[in-house]
Design a protein around this ligand. Structure first.
Ligand SMILES: [Zn+2]
Length: 318
């Protein structure tokens, strides 16, 4: 598809005009799922003909494929136009939306449906095989409070997260974050190795959990100030700015109603939005979300509720 003007809607009016019908939504999914043209997921052939406007039949093996098969939209009985409005609601505001907010905007019958939709969309917010951070990167851990309880209560245990933030001048570049079981070297170094390019300069405090940074192929800049939180936030200011924004978002948009088991997916959503915060058009986030939604496999409701730590897998590249 052409890069540029047609890639994504820029305003609500453009969005509504463009995605008014299921056919229009489907055509957009086709563009994003098969940018180089249809490809049969069974045999890889590229010649096919349309069947009843929603299916493609492979000219080589006869297999019929719909553009939504093997994506988060698979088996949905909801019109695509409603899914598109959900994706627009999630991406068009700077703070996203809660399940309750989405239920109201779309007029969905149940809170559970809205909740499940948001979780399905969050699975699409991490691009499989995304780039690692690089350059000079601050890393620190923090407890995120009030996680796990009922709405508005703070009786729950706190979750430990680790955050990496690229230093760009005085500002923050891209970020990554993850919930970790403890602040051990296994947990911290595992995260660093996964999300930061070897050779980068890692900036941490003097916690022994960061002792393996140099041995693992990174340069290491240590600032010793363990235990004095107010100063730590001054010496690792970018990470702590990100953490305070995250906490504000969890308490504001989601009113603290986030369970430990689901926290990773909220971190994904926060990261998705944060890393695109300088996009001139919110429509670009919409474009990315739809693009990734047709690239990750569907997750059954049972696994949304009880995640068990699985990450979205890349769909078989056919
Ligand atoms: Zn085929």
């Amino acid at each position: 598809m052409s890069r540029g003007v047609d890639e994504y809607p820029r305003t609500l009016a453009e969005f509504e005009a463009r995605f008014a019908t299921d056919d229009a939504c489907r055509a957009y999914l086709v563009q994003l799922r098969w940018p180089a043209g249809f490809r049969c997921p069974r045999c890889g052939a590229t010649t096919a003909w349309p069947v009843r406007t929603v299916l493609w039949q492979c000219a080589a093996c006869g297999r019929q494929t719909s553009v939504t098969a093997g994506t988060i939209f698979q088996d949905t009985r909801t019109p695509l136009t409603t899914w598109f409005r959900a994706m627009w609601a999630v991406t068009s505001s700077k703070t996203g939306t809660s399940a309750l907010g989405l239920q109201q905007v779309l007029g969905l019958g149940s809170y559970q449906t809205a909740w499940a939709w948001l979780h399905k969309l969050r699975r699409a917010m991490v691009r499989p095989g995304r780039d690692q951070l690089s350059g000079r990167v601050e890393v620190d851990e923090s407890f995120v409070g009030g996680i796990g309880g009922a709405q508005g209560r703070s009786t729950a245990t706190k979750a430990l997260i680790v955050v990496a933030a690229e230093e760009v001048g005085y500002g923050v570049g891209r970020i990554r974050m993850r919930r970790i079981p403890d602040a051990s070297a296994d947990s911290l170094q595992g995260f660093i190795t996964d999300v930061i390019e070897p050779g980068s300069l890692i900036h941490t405090d003097g916690w022994h959990g960061y002792d393996r940074v140099e041995r693992s192929g990174y340069r290491h800049d240590v600032t010793f100030l363990r235990g004095e939180d107010n100063l730590a936030s001054e010496l690792l200011p970018r990470v702590h700015r990100v953490i305070s924004l995250l906490k504000r978002w969890l308490l504001g948009t989601h009113q603290g109603a986030v369970r430990q088991a689901h926290l990773d997916y909220y971190l994904d959503e926060f990261t998705f939005r944060f890393n695109r915060r300088t996009s001139r058009h919110r429509g670009k986030l919409f474009f990315r979300l739809v693009q990734q939604a047709v690239a990750v496999e569907p997750v059954p409701y049972a696994r949304l509720v009880q995640p068990g730590g699985r990450r979205p897998r890349r769909r078989h590249k056919g």
